[in-house]
Design a protein around this ligand. Structure first.
Ligand SMILES: [Zn+2]
Length: 251
């Protein structure tokens, strides 16, 4: 078994991307491909789409070419296996993958997730494991009609609009809401309810924090904690307490 880092100094120099249909690779692991290229532009890519009509083949080739701009080499292959019938085309697909495995010996294989309910995706995944036995294989998910989101064991966070890798576990992605929630509820201690505004900041080693411009039930709220003191202004009325003594301010 080869030990290899996916990004950074151990990045693979030869990557094989496998997709049953045109656009599977882009949807399933496009951002990962872009990140690999960003961090390791010397990577050689082999991009294999196993089925496509002539029209979809044109799309697949042009899309793959734009994803692989900057790669050391981009070998884009589009095959003509019968879409939706991969389990029954399995023998021919198996032969083709065996040939690719002998030919390019990739250091990283990106392929479909083996638990995918789509028969074509699943067949490609199963055959990948048959033929790349001492290679690093990462499976990607195509969330589709079958709602087959499984239990992935690693995640990568990307900004859904820009495709850029997130700075910290998705802090600049959709996960930002829980970070903001931690600051508002934990650092400032703001916990509104229908009856009252409760302010009870966590006793952390924070010298000073100031939350301003907050609108709660139509009121303008400002919280300032400094040293062990908390000061809360609600529409200009000030309430004070020590950290650790919850403030309850009725509406
Ligand atoms: Zn597909």
């Amino acid at each position: 078994m080869r030990a290899i880092g996916v990004f950074g100094s151990g990045a693979p120099s030869r990557v094989l991307c496998l997709g049953a249909h045109s656009d599977d690779i882009e949807i399933g692991c496009g951002a990962t491909v872009l990140r690999l290229l960003e961090e390791c532009p010397k990577t050689q890519f082999t991009w294999v789409v196993l089925s496509a009509t002539p029209e979809r083949e044109r799309e697949a080739r042009s899309s793959a070419a734009s994803f692989l701009v900057g790669a050391k080499s981009a070998d884009i292959r589009v095959e003509r296996f019968r879409e939706s019938h991969f389990p029954w085309e399995g023998s021919r697909i198996k032969d083709r993958l065996a040939g690719i495995a002998r030919e390019i010996d990739p250091e990283l294989v990106l392929t479909h997730w083996r638990g995918d309910k789509h028969q074509d995706h699943r067949t490609v995944a199963e055959l990948t494991w048959n033929h790349f036995r001492d290679h690093l294989i990462l499976e990607y998910e195509i969330p589709e009609w079958d709602g087959d989101l499984g239990r992935p064991n690693c995640h990568e966070h990307y900004n859904p609009l820009t495709g850029q890798a997130c700075v910290y576990r998705g802090i600049d992605d959709y996960m930002h809401s829980w970070v903001i929630d931690l600051i508002i509820r934990g650092v400032a201690g703001v916990e509104p309810s229908a009856a009252a505004l409760r302010v009870d900041p966590l006793p952390m080693a924070i010298e000073e924090a100031h939350l301003t411009g907050l609108r709660v039930r139509g009121r303008r709220v400002e919280v300032r904690r400094a040293g062990g003191q908390v000061r809360v202004d609600v529409d200009g009325t000030t309430h004070e307490a020590r950290v650790g003594e919850p403030l309850g301010i009725g509406w």
